[in-house]
Write a protein that binds this ligand. Structure first.
Ligand SMILES: [Mg+2]
Length: 196
């Protein structure tokens, strides 16, 4: 199996550091559990330009980002049993910083692709990825519409009452690992068509 994994919001808890920094800067008290939209400009009532400028000036947040609980050990085990490619929307110029962060936290993987856009369809197709893990609902729907099964990394901002066939929402790395282990052992997977 070739597993594709998103970085921000899946391997690293980008929301925790982003919300803390935005609260400090704009004098707000937003809690992570209250973030119901992937687009933080809507959460903070700011323009997209203001948010873009804020994060362009705070690339240190990407370095400070803590790993998502359980992500390191789970990816370590998975990378011994299947191919793992990290596919991120980050721009290519952030590659060194991204590889350093992954190394610093002991992440095991085979390839890293920095797409520079949220549209990961072409990158996944080219790499031959067979199942993808992402936390952005729009990404999950886009990839699933191409026939790529997606595990949606459950978060308050991606709750969706109804998911299309080919997308399952799972909470946390332990659950995802258990789910993928069943797949690697040949069990049919509920919700993803069983044909991985
Ligand atoms: Mg993400």
């Amino acid at each position: 199996m070739h597993l594709g994994v998103d970085l921000d919001g899946v391997l690293g808890d980008i929301l925790a550091v982003s919300v803390r920094a935005l609260n400090d800067y704009f004098g707000r008290e937003v809690r992570v559990e209250e973030v119901r939209d992937y687009d933080l400009s809507k959460v903070y009532g700011l323009s997209r330009e203001e948010i873009r400028e804020f994060f362009a000036a705070r690339q240190d947040l990407l370095e400070e980002m803590p790993p998502m609980p359980g992500a390191g050990p789970c990816l370590q085990s998975l990378s011994r049993r299947c191919r793992v490619t990290i596919v991120t929307a980050r721009p290519p110029f952030q590659e060194d910083m991204t590889r350093n962060w992954l190394a610093r936290h002991g992440f095991a993987y085979h390839d890293l692709v920095l797409v520079g856009s949220h549209d990961k369809r072409e990158a996944c197709r080219r790499a031959g990825i067979e199942v993808f893990i992402d936390d952005r609902l729009e990404n999950a729907l886009m990839l699933a519409s191409e026939g790529l099964p997606v595990i949606l990394f459950a978060a308050p901002h991606n709750r969706s009452p109804e998911l299309p066939p080919g997308v399952v929402s799972l909470e946390g790395w332990e659950t995802i690992y258990a789910y993928l282990r069943c797949c690697l052992e040949g069990a049919p997977l509920a919700g993803l068509g069983g044909g991985l």
